[in-house]
Design a protein around this ligand. Structure first.
Ligand code: NAD
Length: 372
């Protein structure tokens, strides 16, 4: 191309800005490094309440567009999660395109950390799907802007037990609303995804003598659960949507509540850890309500991990305090479910309204995030 030839904007870059405008994102950073094979996107949605803290996910996305769509949705969800939980944090998220079982290397993680560092603390990374606290250690070699470090580095360790505990609290609150009692004893619960959160959740449900079914796309993940909890039963990943159950707990990936699955669902409650469970928030939250299924909003009940890494990020970490704050998810969920039914709203709408009211106040204070 001649040097004075006008640059033509390609369709994908127009789409990125258009997407950012629609979802009100502040900043999106595309990261590429040939030597390590890193291909990543960091999305900062909103920093009205503070630095954007959110995990980094590694997943073999089918396309860049799919990765972008995911990171935009996830980072926006983090804004709502922090706001509704009363944390002084903004919303951000990162995705690394690749198979964590094959493409994850120290080189790639450290290079990713350098990109995080360049943002000067506006984005703080943490663990998400496909990542471990050991991986956070490598990222920490490049930047201090990481939370959820292993305990031997002064961190709070794996946030998943906190996330699972918060989901458990939210599930119990939903049970209180639907069944009149928050006991999960003998309730038939299907846990989709036997990863870090799913496994911890199964442990909590087993202690309460729930009847538990699990599913995963990897045999080894299922074995990890069934060897520890022999009473747990196993289902095929596709068959779970047709099962008679009391509670469906999505703890794998997002978008599992959609046009194809909702008509098949036979449960009273949806309460799980996965982010962005509703493929279309507006439409699918309404369809669940019309079917008489109580949906405990994902960003409300899966905030335990964020609460924990926020405590670590603030300093003077105290595990009991983080657990106590996570326990509060029970009261908050019950309050939001009650508000929703009083107003004839979906629980999602009630939770979003609460988060948006806080964001509006913060925006009016006009304290923009400043880089270190
Ligand atoms: P993980 O990677 O440890 O586990 C996810 C599991 O889901 C894996 O075992 C995977 O094989 C399985 N899976 C993927 N697709 C599946 C399918 N179609 N059917 C059945 N199983 C499938 O992740 P995690 O840390 O346990 O997180 C689970 C979910 O919770 C994610 O959506 C994550 O974003 C969300 N979340 C996690 C945390 C946290 O603290 N880890 C916090 C908030 C939200």
């Amino acid at each position: 191309m001649a040097i004075n030839e006008p640059l033509e904007l390609e369709a994908p870059s127009q789409a990125v800005l258009q997407n950012m405008e629609e979802s009100e994102h502040e900043e999106v950073l595309f990261c590429f490094d040939k030597a390590s094979g890193l291909r990543a996107i960091i999305a900062i949605h909103n920093t009205c309440l503070g630095a954007a803290l959110g995990g980094v996910r590694m997943w073999p996305y089918e396309s860049e567009a799919a990765a972008l769509a995911d990171v935009l949705r996830l980072s926006r969800g983090m804004t709502y999660k922090a706001a509704v939980s009363g944390l002084n944090l903004g919303g951000g998220k990162a995705v690394i395109i690749g198979d964590p079982r094959r493409h994850k290397t120290e080189h790639l993680l450290r290079r990713f950390g350098q990109f995080v560092h360049d943002l000067g603390g506006k984005y703080i990374t943490a663990e998400d799907v496909g990542m471990t606290s050991r991986d956070m250690e490598f990222i920490r070699m490049s930047t201090p802007y990481v939370s959820g470090l292993p305990t031997h580095l002064g961190g709070s360790g794996n946030p998943s037990p906190f996330t699972a505990f918060g989901v458990y609290m939210g599930m119990k609150a939903a049970a209180k609303k639907v069944f009149g009692s928050d006991s999960l004893e003998n309730k038939k619960i299907v846990v989709q995804g036997c990863g870090s959160v799913g496994q911890n959740l199964v442990g909590l449900l087993a202690k309460e003598n729930a009847r538990i079914w699990v599913t995963d796309i990897y045999e080894d993940k299922i074995k990890e659960v069934t060897s520890e909890y022999p009473s747990v039963q196993v289902s095929d990943p596709e068959e779970i949507y047709d099962m008679d159950m009391d509670i469906y707990a999505p703890c794998a990936l997002g978008g599992t509540l959609n046009d194809l699955t909702i008509p098949r669902l036979k449960c009273s409650i949806v309460a799980g850890a996965a982010n962005n469970q509703l493929l279309n928030e507006e439409l699918h939250s309404r369809e669940l309500m019309e079917k008489g299924i109580v949906y405990a909003p994902d960003f409300l009940i899966n905030a335990g991990g964020l609460i924990n890494v926020y405590n670590e990020y603030q300093g003077n970490y105290n595990r009991e305090r983080a657990m106590e704050q996570t326990r509060h998810i029970y009261d908050l969920t019950l309050e939001i479910l009650n508000t929703a039914s009083q107003n004839g709203q979906t629980p999602l709408a009630a939770a979003k309204a609460r988060a948006e009211a806080r964001l509006k106040t913060a925006a009016q204070l006009k304290i923009p995030f400043t880089r270190a």
